[in-house]
Design a protein around this ligand. Sequence first.
Ligand code: ATP
Ligand code: FE2
Length: 335
Amino acid sequence: MVVLGVESTAHTASVGITDDRAQVLGLASDMYRPPSGGIHPREAANHHVEVLPGLVEKALAAASVRPNELDAVAFAQGPGLGPCLRAGATVARMLSLAWRRPLVPVNHCVAHVEIARALSGLDDPLLLYASGGNTQVIAYGRGRYRVLGETLDIGIGNFLDKLWIGLGGTFPGGPALEAEARLGTELLPLPYSVHGMDVAFSGMLTATLALRAKGVARPDLAYSVETTAYAMLTEITERAIAHRRKSSVALGGGVACNERLRGMVRTMAEGRGATMFAPPRSLCVDNGAMIAWAGGLAHARGRSVPVERSAVEPRQRTDRVLTPWREPPGPGTAR
Ligand code: ATP
Ligand code: FE2
C-alpha cells in the first residue's frame, strides 16, 4: 500500500509518501515561522496554501511514484487550527478527485503514535506524545487509544515556545532552549505540577518569567525549566508504565526531539527493565509521512470518506477515533 499524506495542522505544511512497511519514500516539508510572537492561524494557512502544491510535486519526485501508483490520499483531519487544517484538507480533496484515489481522514495524534510504533517495531508500547499543542500519555485498549494522562493547561511545546518568546527569542522555542540549557549550571526551584498522571505548565511559565525579571541568567532558567518539565513528563510516564505493566515506551511529537527528555525517559525505562524508542527527528515533528502511514493502516481496514463528509475537526480527540487495525493485545499481554 503506497499512500500520500498531507499534514497541515499548525506551523508545518508537509507531504509524505510511505509504503506498507512504513518506509518513507518521499517527504517534503515547509514550516511557517512568524517573524515575531506566536502563530497567526490565517497567516499560517496562507503559507500552507502557497507551499503545498510544490511539496506534493517534491514528495512524488523523491519517491519516484506516479499518482496512479498511489492507493490513497490521506490528510490530517484534526486536531489543529481550523484555517490550517482546511488548507491541507482542500489540497487532499482536490488530489483525491483529480487522481481518483480514496480520501482517508487521519487523526494527527494517532499518526504521531503510529509512526513511532511502526519504526520501533514494538507491538504494544506505552506512548509519550509531547508536542506543541499536545502532551499525553497514551496506551491502546479495546479499539482505540486511551489517554491515561495529559496536560491540564498548555502543551509542553507551547509552554517552551511561549517561554522562549518571553525571554526575548523567536519561535520555535524548544530547540533554542535546548541549546541555551546546555550552558546553564544552577538548578533553580520551579513549580513542579504533577496531578496523578496529569501535568500543568502555566505556573512554571509565570514563575520563570518572574525570575528573569529579577535578573536570573537565561541559561540557568533554561536548564532549570528543562530539568523540571522533563522530570514531570518522566514521572507520569513511569506511573503509567507501572499501572499498565508495560515493557516498552515510545516517544512522539516535536518535543521528543529533545536529547534531555529522551535521556531521562530512557534512564527511567531501563531502570524498570523496559525499552525506550524515539523516532528520528524528522518523524517526531509534524510530517506528512506519519499521516500517510496512519492513513494506510486505516485504509487497509476499508476506511475512506466522500469529499462531502471530509470536514476537518479542529478539536478531534485521540480517544474518540477508532483504530480497527490494532488487534486487541493477546492473552497474557498487560493492558
Ligand atoms: P501537535 O499538533 O501535535 O501539537 P505541533 O503543531 O506542536 O504538533 P510538532 O512538530 O509535533 O508540532 O511539535 C512542535 C513543537 O516541538 C514546538 O513547540 C517546538 O518548540 C518543539 N520542539 C522541537 N524541537 C525541540 C527540541 N529539540 N526540544 C524541545 N522542544 C522541541
Ligand atoms: Fe504534531
